[in-house]
Structure formats: structure tokens, C-alpha cells
Design a protein around this ligand. Structure first.
Ligand code: GDD
Ligand code: MN
Length: 374
């Protein structure tokens, strides 16, 4: 009977697959196991390599996902794709030692613990061999923030090496975020029942071959995910991002206006031939257009990174639509403030409500017409 499934998310890990299967085979003698490589259509042919091994060894299976990316979502799909009652997730690049698997299995199979995981920061663990003091520091920081926001009290909630009973995972799989790298943290913060967790100290090794896929996008997604858990129900994450970008745009507008007025940018052109009022208006218009374009670019990169517009033409079209949206938003903004003021509201209150209404308008319209799908 199948006892254990080891899920190995892969992206460009071709050179690591064969040895990984060998090491699993050695570590798991006596257990009935399968390994599922969940590959996101890696350009280096990782999936082909795994299939090649799987033809001789039916314990090796492959899920190939097309047009998708992400460690966490790959782990979830792998864990949902096995009949094994116990599932484990580990990296395929040899940073995680499969020798720990049988001990983790012992801890969860009888129900003594719900989750077993390997920690890089537990008593007796080591990150020496990793050779990345910068990443050790960053992981320590990420772990501290994660503990604070989610209340998960582990030494390494960011670990990517863990095991649990499949029914626990499947009961809540639909509620997991599946974004980025933080799959264990996601499970612990999502499953309502208090989970009994057994910690195993590990020696986190250096990657065998290939490169890490943890990049800026993953870090950004991590921060966004924490915000989502923290305040997301009160102020939706995307609107919060949109608003933050908008606030930065205000700073940019002031900055550009100051540059023009102080003579550092285009002053002869602006101030040479016009009265001071007209000059101010021209300068401020330039500043507003720069700020709006800045907002467009940042929203495209961050707020709507999952729907990012690419290529010259789509970008130009998006910019024009964003400009149209913003001009209507500006009318809403100024109009609402004017109405509120005649109703007797304090000036500042009127302006602030105007800004909020204008932003909501901009957000609603641009998410539909600039970054939306029809
Ligand atoms: N399918 C799929 N899709 N797999 C991916 C993706 C992806 O988009 N990105 C990464 N992987 C796979 C890698 O191929 C590797 O097998 C495993 O996930 C870990 O990715 P690495 O790129 O090696 O991550 P790392 O070593 O920098 O990060 C380590 O530390 C993180 C916390 O600091 C890992 O242990 C992570 O699991 C851990 O969360
Ligand atoms: Mn790695």
C-alpha cells in the first residue's frame, strides 16, 4: 500500500533530478513511496528528465503545468494529486536532506503530530554549508515578521521541507493562498484546528546545481501576503497598493514641480516667456502628467503585476486609458470636495474625502478598463 508521497516542485532543475531520486530511494527503504515532480514547463527540460526516469521507475511521477509559475501552488497541486495518506514537500536542489524523511514520517503517521518539518534555525540546526549569510539574515527577518503577523510560533515557518497527513491538507486546500514560496506558513496560518508540530533541526546544504528562483517578485509577494492576512479584510490588498502608489505619486508631483520652479528642469522654457501664474500652471501640469505616468508604471509593475501590460503598444494604450480614467477621477475628486464644502464641511475634510472618492473611482475604473480582462 502506498504510504508516502514526496512532492518536489521544480523549475529548471534538470541536473538535480536523477540524483534526487537515488537519494530518495536510499533514504526511504522499507517505505512504500512515490515522488511527484511538479514542474512549471521548465525551459531546461526538467519534466522530460523526470519522465525519462519515471518510465523505468513508476514511483516517479510528473505533473507538468503550462503557463503557470509558483512554488507554493505547485506544492499544493502535488499534494492534492496523490493517493498517499501522508504527503511531504521538499526542494529538488539537494538543499534538503531526504535522510530526515523517515523520522518525519514516524512523527505524523500514527497521529502523534499533525505536521513534521525541518528547521534551519532550531537548536542543533545549521546553515553553515549554505554559504549565504545574506540569505540567513533575510530568512531570519522574514521569519520574525511572519511570526508576528500570523502568530505561528516556529523557529522557521518559512521552511520548504515538511510533512503532514494528506486529509488535513485537502480539507483546507481551497483556502490556501498558493502565492510565492511560503507554503508551510500558509498551511499553519490557514488551518483552523491547532496543529501539533514536530520540529527537526536540519543542516541546510548548498544548492547542488542550478540557480535559486527566490527573486524580488517572491519577496514582494511575501510582503503583500502578510498584509493580506493582517489588514486585507478591512482595506483590500489591491486597493491598498493602488493607494500607496497614489500617495507616492503625490510626492513625485511635488518633486517635479519643485525641480521646475527651482530652475533645475526646463525652467527657461517654462518661465522665460509667461506670467508667473501661467508658468506655475504649466509647471504643475507637467508635474501632474509625470506623476500620473509614474503611477501608471508602478501600478503596472506592482499593483497589477499579475496582469502586467507588456510591449510598446499595449503600454501606450494602457497609459492613454489610465490618463482618461485619472482625468475623470480628478473631476470626482475636485467635484466632491466642492459639494462637501458648500454643505458646510471643513476644507481639509472636504479635500480628503475628495481624494478618497477620486482614488476609489480611479481604482474601480482602471482595474476594469486598463488592467481588466474582457
Ligand atoms: N514548480 C515550480 N514553480 N517550482 C519552483 C518554482 C516555481 O515557480 N520556484 C522554485 N521552485 C522549486 C525549485 O526548483 C526548487 O526545487 C524549490 O522550489 C526551491 O526553490 P529555490 O529556488 O531553490 O529556493 P531557495 O533555495 O532560494 O529558497 C529556500 O528557502 C526558502 C525560504 O528562505 C527554499 O528552501 C524554499 O523552500 C524556502 O521557502
Ligand atoms: Mn534552493
Amino acid at each position: 500500500m502506498l504510504q508516502l508521497a514526496v512532492i518536489l516542485p521544480t523549475y529548471n532543475e534538470r541536473g538535480n533530478i536523477a540524483l534526487m531520486v537515488e537519494r530518495l530511494d536510499k533514504a526511504l527503504t522499507g517505505l512504500n513511496w512515490e515522488a511527484i515532480f511538479v514542474d512549471d514547463n521548465s525551459p531546461d527540460g526538467t519534466a522530460d528528465e523526470a519522465r525519462r526516469i519515471g518510465r523505468d521507475d513508476p514511483r516517479v511521477r510528473v505533473i507538468e503545468r503550462i503557463g503557470r509559475r509558483g512554488l507554493a501552488s505547485a506544492a499544493i497541486e502535488g499534494m492534492c494529486a496523490t493517493a498517499a495518506p501522508v504527503v511531504s514537500v521538499m526542494d529538488a536542489d539537494h538543499q534538503h536532506d531526504p535522510v530526515l524523511l523517515p523520522k518525519m514520517y514516524e512523527a505524523v503517521v500514527g497521529g502523534e503530530y499533525d505536521v513534521a518539518y525541518a528547521s534551519r534555525f532550531a537548536e542543533g540546526a545549521s546553515t553553515e554549508a549554505w554559504g549565504r549569510p545574506d540569505r540567513v539574515k533575510a530568512s531570519g527577518l522574514a521569519n520574525r515578521i511572519a511570526r508576528r503577523v500570523t502568530g505561528v510560533e516556529l523557529s522557521d515557518p518559512m521552511s520548504g521541507f515538511f510533512m503532514l497527513r494528506a486529509d488535513i491538507l485537502r480539507a483546507d486546500a481551497h483556502r490556501l493562498s498558493g502565492v510565492g514560496f511560503k507554503i508551510l506558513l500558509d498551511i499553519l496560518a490557514t488551518v483552523d484546528a491547532p496543529l501539533r508540530v514536530k520540529e527537526f533541526p536540519m543542516n541546510f546544504a548548498a544548492r547542488a546545481t542550478g540557480e535559486s528562483k527566490l527573486d524580488r517578485t517572491v519577496v514582494f509577494e511575501f510582503l503583500v501576503g502578510l498584509y493580506d492576512k493582517w489588514l486585507g479584510r478591512i482595506i483590500p490588498t489591491r486597493f491598498a497598493l493602488f493607494g500607496t502608489v497614489g500617495a507616492m505619486g503625490v510626492a513625485v508631483q511635488f518633486g517635479v514641480l519643485w525641480l521646475v520652479r527651482s530652475g533645475l528642469l526646463g525652467a527657461p522654457f517654462v518661465y522665460g516667456q509667461w506670467s508667473s501664474n501661467t508658468a506655475f500652471n504649466i509647471a504643475n501640469t507637467i508635474a501632474a502628467v509625470v506623476a500620473m505616468s509614474f503611477n501608471f508604471v508602478l501600478n503596472n509593475e506592482l499593483t497589477y503585476q499579475d496582469k502586467r501590460l507588456r510591449g510598446v503598444l499595449p503600454l501606450l494604450r494602457g497609459w492613454a486609458k489610465f490618463a482618461a480614467t485619472c482625468s475623470l477621477g480628478l473631476l470626482t475628486n475636485v467635484g466632491a470636495a466642492a459639494v462637501l464644502r458648500t454643505m458646510g464641511f471643513h476644507d481639509a475634510i472636504s479635500v480628503i474625502i475628495g481624494i478618497v472618492l477620486g482614488s476609489v473611482w480611479n481604482f474601480a475604473l482602471s482595474s476594469k478598463f486598463v488592467w481588466g480582462k474582457y
